[in-house]
Design a protein around this ligand. Sequence first.
Ligand SMILES: Cc1cc2nc3c(=O)[nH]c(=O)nc-3n(C[C@H](O)[C@H](O)[C@H](O)COP(=O)(O)OP(=O)(O)OC[C@H]3O[C@@H](n4cnc5c(N)ncnc54)[C@H](O)[C@@H]3O)c2cc1C
Length: 384
Amino acid sequence: MIKLKNKKECTGCAACYNICPTKCIEMEADKEGFKYPFVDKGVCIKCGKCIGVCPQLKRQKNTDEKHEVYVCVNNDNQDVERSSSGGIFVLLARQILSAKGVVYGAAMDNDYQLKHTRVDNIDELEKLLKSKYIQSDIGFTYKYVKEDLTKNRNVLFCGTPCQISGLNNYLGKRYDNLLLVDFACHGVPSQKVFNEYLKCRNLNKCKHNYEISFRDKVNGWEEFGMSIRENNKIIYSKDRREDTFLKVFLNDIALRESCYTCIYKKSERISDITLADAWCINEYDANLYNSKGTSLIIIHTLNGEHTFAKIRNKMCINSVAEEYVIKYSYGMFHQPIKDRRRRKFYKQLGKKSFDKLAVKYDGINFITRVERKLNRTKKKYIKF
Ligand SMILES: Cc1cc2nc3c(=O)[nH]c(=O)nc-3n(C[C@H](O)[C@H](O)[C@H](O)COP(=O)(O)OP(=O)(O)OC[C@H]3O[C@@H](n4cnc5c(N)ncnc54)[C@H](O)[C@@H]3O)c2cc1C
């Protein structure tokens, strides 16, 4: 029966939930709004499958057969505009869909709940695009991926490194027709944080056609912000320094407990391809800078290289030195430092208006600031 020594270690990847043969495991949200497995002991047959697939109990080996690092931008400006970084995910996804494959990624449902979602045609791909800065609900996605794989469909699964790890353990073996794409993950707040934020935006609950962007690029890629559109018209827009949700996200005060001890913060991964923002690329190679977004990508496997080769002619691309990645890709290597007020923040979440709470916990206290400075100096010792 699944039980971690420390609840804080559980990433909520849901591998145990997917593998359980008696469906005695439910993923239930705790007071902070993060989902954890709960076992119905009366139904559990103690088969141990949940323990066997838990990535925190059964660590995986890195997949690195290759180690190619590129900075690139999709040639189609519209694609770049509607993606978070340089629009590389959309190219990979189209490549898989054009070969009658399926793509899994995170999409908002009609009630603005983030869920992992299956897409099998190009018209529906739009809903997967762009980063949504909360933890997505995996549900039974790993089961659906396995069904597609065993029907010999090509599958692209994109998710946080811990979700990739959960899927890998659930499947138990590598499939040639599966492409795993992760990203340099900063960490994830809970759905509850976002729900509380939305209450302050006074959206009409009966309407389900608001388009929410966590990475709006009206003021450019670096100056991204939060926007809400209704029928293509902006009804709310604030940059990342002003928007209360983005402030809370970027301050690291509301991330899942396991994010602060994330075991995937390294260049070697268990995916085929890792995507990230190529921050500060204009300081390194101005030719590759695009004001609407530039991507950093790391290819880890022959499978990743094979698919990437098919989309290479659709982008402007150059290789970059490892020093650039170490210097600028903070999210790839560094665990976030927990703000010491995190517990208090979550205790008050839902009791006070979110906007007021975000103002109260704005800024970073002195000790956290020192801890973060020390964390950044670690880059000298990063192994690439
Ligand atoms: C929570 C989060 C934190 C991130 N932190 C960093 C960071 O610190 N540094 C950095 O360089 N890059 C970070 N990224 C990655 C970056 O924002 C881009 O997503 C990435 O560079 C790919 O850009 P793109 O333009 O190619 O594709 P995009 O169009 O942005 O597509 C991204 C893919 O990510 C999936 N996705 C979106 N949100 C989620 C989610 N919450 N959970 C799982 N999958 C999701 C989408 O379904 C889509 O498949 C983060 C992304 C997320 C979601």
